[in-house]
Design a protein around this ligand. Structure first.
Ligand SMILES: Nc1ncnc2c1ncn2[C@@H]1O[C@H](COP(=O)(O)OP(=O)(O)OP(=O)(O)O)[C@@H](O)[C@H]1O
Ligand SMILES: [Mg+2]
Length: 110
């Protein structure tokens, strides 16, 4: 799912190694700050653009929270453990509902 996201222009960590026996994934370490710690109007807009891009390509992230974005040179999306493909608007709406609830509750003053 990480690779699918990358193919549509979502910046996400590069996978270096997968060990199915030990259930380990070795990936690129992304330098930067968590979006959770530095929310701005512009950042919220960029998160929304990423959500739109994912959903227009029928990719559901499954855990679209501010802590799963790192703001480095580019905006980087992490944590595809719950991601899946779906054309259903209901599945896309669950992603949107989650990020909307977080933005409203944690950053209502921004
Ligand atoms: N590739 C990465 N580079 C830098 N920091 C990362 C990277 N992957 C994860 N992190 C940091 O670790 C935190 C937790 O990682 P992640 O979101 O993948 O797992 P999780 O939400 O704790 O676990 P899970 O969703 O599997 O229950 C992230 O919020 C981020 O701060
Ligand atoms: Mg996470």
């Amino acid at each position: 799912m990480l690779s699918c996201a990358k193919m549509i222009g979502i910046r996400s960590p590069f996978i270096y190694f997968i060990d199915p026996v030990r259930a380990e994934i070795v990936m690129e370490f992304i330098e930067g700050k968590n979006a959770k710690e530095m929310m701005t109007h512009d950042l919220a807009y960029r998160i929304g653009r990423y959500a739109g891009l994912l959903h227009s390509n029928n990719i559901i992230h499954g855990d679209l929270t501010t802590s799963n974005f790192i703001v480095g040179k580019k905006l980087v999306l992490l944590d595809f453990g719950l991601a899946f493909h779906s054309v259903r608007n209901e599945d896309k709406a669950v992603d949107v509902k989650l990020i909307k609830t977080i933005l409203k509750s944690a950053y209502s003053s921004v």
